[in-house]
Design a protein around this ligand. Structure first.
Ligand code: FE2
Length: 305
């Protein structure tokens, strides 16, 4: 079975890319200039983990999947080809733009562009957060997680589990809120979650970055609450699924940023997929996470059924 190392980077297109220069540092992220006017957001020694590219719509430009080495890069590619998604070799120029050694790309059945790479440029001990305590859990667990709103759960699961080879950690039935599926590729509880919402929409619902320090999460929570510019989308709380203690803020690009800490690590040898059904009394939260009504997300786009 093909085995992807981690979710390595996200490229996102947005009319408000420039606002990230102010938004990123609130969360301790470093901001640097990317190619062609893009804004690179850093939270470890990679050149970027999120790149926000100027564009007309808030939309995912690409999801970057990391292969641990050349052999895995080829093996994963062969697996994708065998399942009907042959990745295309990308040029050295594009690999250089992404700051990786080698790059291939393919498109999922929902129309999202995926990139497979190995050999990310590493800038050893170069990350400087905005506070002395700022540090994020990445490395073997990748950048954090991304939650995608998908118009068709069956098609999405067939691809993300059946083709990409991600493994189901949890399934959650939200009743009228739809259904979610949490998928992992390493010890992080999920690198991707799929969410079939009440209405069929496609896009990035939120991105999670994980702090190493509970106090860091609390300090940023204070800053966002006191801010007149940035809005909380959810109060502080702890999820039952990944056990993350976190809160959510609306980003300049319509999706939410979840800043968390203290999540569970998955032991592959013993984990068995769980099913939480809200209608049968299974809760999503240990405590907290009160969702605030701050309007629709410009990152989610209606899809014809
Ligand atoms: Fe999350």
């Amino acid at each position: 079975m093909i085995r992807i190392h981690s979710l390595g980077y996200v490229g996102y297109e947005s009319p408000r890319s420039e606002d990230w220069r102010d938004f990123g540092p609130v969360f301790g992220l470093e901001v640097e200039n990317g190619p062609a006017g893009a804004v690179n957001l850093r939270w470890d020694d990679r050149p970027y983990r999120l790149r926000v590219i100027p564009g007309e719509l808030d939309r995912i430009a690409y999801l970057g999947w990391e292969a641990p080495n050349t052999a895995a890069f080829d093996e994963i590619s062969a697996g994708l080809a065998a399942l009907g998604y042959p990745p295309q070799d990308e040029s050295a120029e594009l690999a250089s733009d992404r700051q990786v050694r080698a790059l291939r790309s393919f498109t999922d059945p929902l129309g999202i562009r995926h990139e497979l790479f190995y050999g990310p440029l590493s800038l050893d001990r170069s990350f400087q957060g905005t506070r002395a305590t700022t540090g994020f859990k990445t490395g073997p667990q990748g950048l954090g997680h991304a939650v995608l709103a998908v118009p068709d759960m069956e098609i999405a699961v067939a691809f993300y589990e059946g083709v990409l080879g991600l493994r189901t950690s949890d399934i959650v039935n939200l009743g009228p809120g739809g259904e979610m599926r949490f998928l992992r590729t390493n010890t992080r509880h999920h690198s991707i979650a799929l969410w079939r919402m009440h209405d069929p929409v496609l896009g990035l619902q939120h991105l999670m970055i994980e702090s190493r320090d509970l106090n860091e999460v609390g300090k940023v929570y204070d800053v966002v609450q006191a801010s007149e510019r940035w809005q909380l989308s959810s109060t502080l709380g702890r999820h039952t699924g990944d056990e993350q203690l976190s809160f959510y803020t609306r980003t300049p690009s319509g999706f939410d940023l979840e800043l968390g800490c203290d999540s569970v690590d998955i032991d592959e040898a013993v984990w068995s997929a769980r099913y939480f059904d809200n209608r049968q009394g299974a809760p999503n939260e240990v405590w907290g996470h009160r969702w605030l009504d701050i309007g629709a997300q410009s990152s989610l786009h209606p899809v014809e059924e």
